[in-house]
Design a protein around this ligand. Structure first.
Ligand code: SF4
Ligand code: SF4
Length: 140
């Protein structure tokens, strides 16, 4: 079921981000997939860590199908996750900045429920529309 069209309401993404409160549980920083990095993000994170791009790639990244991903540690968490916090927060890559509000999360009920069930920063018992309208009433 579609929740809302981003085209009909382009402000929904920013509203959702503004209303969200991360509990810093760290759950979203674990998983086998790794986090995809663009060239610009590789450059930015390398600089932030005072590493050359080569050093950063060797130490923290893996290549899959011609793309670069942040490596996960043996415990399944991202290399930069520490006690629920991101140690590269200032320069973290786009998927991390968007989570849990990727466009597919905002427009599909099933995706939304998946995010809601895994992320305690989201209201646990409301649909996306109810969540936003409830929070909007609170803020009005
Ligand atoms: S799962 Fe949600 S609440 Fe937990 S760290 Fe990630 S964004 Fe924050
Ligand atoms: S870069 Fe930061 S926010 Fe992204 S998965 Fe790693 S620790 Fe989590």
């Amino acid at each position: 079921m579609k929740v809302k069209s981003l085209k009909s309401d382009p402000g929904i993404f920013q509203r959702a981000i503004d209303l969200f409160e991360c509990t810093q549980c760290g759950t979203c920083c674990q998983g086998e997939g790794g986090i995809y990095l663009s060239r610009e993000e590789i450059n930015r994170i390398s600089q932030f860590l005072n590493l050359s791009q080569r050093q950063f790639l060797k130490k923290f990244c893996l290549q899959k199908n011609g793309k670069t991903y942040i490596h996960t540690r043996e415990d399944g968490y991202c290399h930069f996750s520490k006690k629920g916090r991101c140690t590269i927060h200032e320069v973290k890559p786009a998927p991390c900045r968007q989570w849990p509000f990727f466009p597919p999360m905002l427009t599909d009920q099933i995706n939304w429920e998946t995010a809601r069930n895994s992320c305690p920063g989201l209201t646990p018992f409301h649909t996306l529309e109810e969540y936003l309208s409830q929070k909007n009433k609170k803020g009005s």
